[in-house]
Write a protein that binds this ligand. Structure first.
Ligand SMILES: [Zn+2]
Ligand SMILES: [Zn+2]
Length: 336
């Protein structure tokens, strides 16, 4: 099959590689849409992701949808031809963390698009059967690929305990910030302020009723925003401290973005004096069914978020478009 493989920093090539086979308990998925995640970009630009350096050419891409191409023996379904979404955090189900319900923190986690397991920027990928769900007819392949980041939003909102009547601030209107916003709105949280430095991206949260939507956290502070919960979704290193400055005393801060660079410093006076609860949110767990239902019922409209589409041969362009962070694109979508 054809696959976009990362050979080193800044070096992605379209290679012919063996088509994977569905191993025990797995299904083979023919990939139909892959969204390029900023975490893919980090590996492409830096040659490592939080210190993990691949030692062989690898296939990236973990936000994807496809259709079932084959089932391994003993796997009951979904039947061949079924379009599916995938939660790409593959847990063992047996370790202490899995048994405690923290499958996303599994001690034996397998995450495709990291060096240990190839991702979806290819014609096919083998996935555990437990990680796929059929997509209803009304949910497009691209929406199917956006179910993973929507799941990240669902997980973060669940962790936060956000409830109707609370005041919320969101930093960043990228895919994750928008996913958090969509999930909050679907849960009836109405009072949501948002900061996003890229002008072209500020129209989307406004369209979802966020108010105010401004360029920076300082403007939110100046506007008197003091939030019960702040979601840091920008991935900017300084935004962790900015999020703390926006939280009211006894408030909560949920760090969803992956700070870049990894080292974060902040004035400890702010969280200490305000007795803040600061949480870090890790990927997603058990969010597939809720994400599909939210989209299928129209409770969230990820299909209205702007994407640009690319072919597998244009994978480098898709990655470069992600790096450029244009105001009219939320995700670059590769259709292999
Ligand atoms: Zn991602
Ligand atoms: Zn486990």
């Amino acid at each position: 099959m054809r696959a976009a493989r990362l050979h080193g920093a800044g070096d992605v090539r379209i290679d012919d590689v063996p088509t994977p086979e569905a191993g025990p308990g797995e299904v083979l998925v023919r990939v139909r849409a892959v969204a390029i995640c900023p975490s893919d970009l980090r590996l492409y630009q830096d040659g490592h992701a939080s210190g993990v350096v691949p030692d062989h050419p690898m296939i990236q891409g973990h936000e994807f949808s496809g259709e079932i191409a084959a089932l391994s023996e003993g796997v009951a379904g979904p039947p061949v031809g079924t379009r599916v979404a995938v939660e790409p955090s593959w847990h063992c189900g047996e370790c202490d963390l899995c048994r405690a319900g923290h499958e996303n923190l599994c001690r034996n986690i397998v995450f495709p698009s990291f060096p240990q397991r190839d991702g979806a920027l290819a014609e096919y990928i083998a996935c555990p059967a437990f990680s796929v769900r059929p997509l209803p007819d009304g949910v497009s392949d691209i929406e199917g690929a956006l179910i993973e980041p929507l799941g990240v939003g669902i997980h973060a909102v669940r962790l936060s305990g956000a409830a109707h009547g609370e005041r919320v601030a969101v930093l960043g209107a990228g895919t994750i910030g928008m996913s958090v916003l969509l999930v909050l709105r679907a849960r009836g949280v109405e009072d949501i302020a948002l900061a996003e430095p890229i002008e072209g991206r500020r129209g989307w949260p406004r369209g979802l009723g966020a108010e105010p939507v401004v360029a920076s956290h300082e403007e939110l502070v100046d506007a008197g925003v003091e939030a019960d919960i702040v979601f840091e979704c920008s991935g900017d290193n300084e935004a962790v401290e900015q999020a703390m400055r926006l939280a009211r005393p006894a408030g909560r801060v949920v760090v969803v973005g992956i700070p870049h660079p990894d080292q974060v410093t902040f004035d400890s006076t702010v969280p200490r004096r305000r007795e803040l609860t600061v949480m870090f949110s890790r990927r997603s767990r058990d969010t597939l069914d809720e994400a599909i239902e939210l989209i299928a019922t129209g409770a969230v409209d990820v299909g209205s978020l702007p994407v640009h589409e690319f072919t597998l041969d244009q994978t480098v362009e898709a990655i470069e478009a992600t790096a450029a962070r244009p105001g009219d694109m939320l995700r670059a979508i590769v259709a292999p």
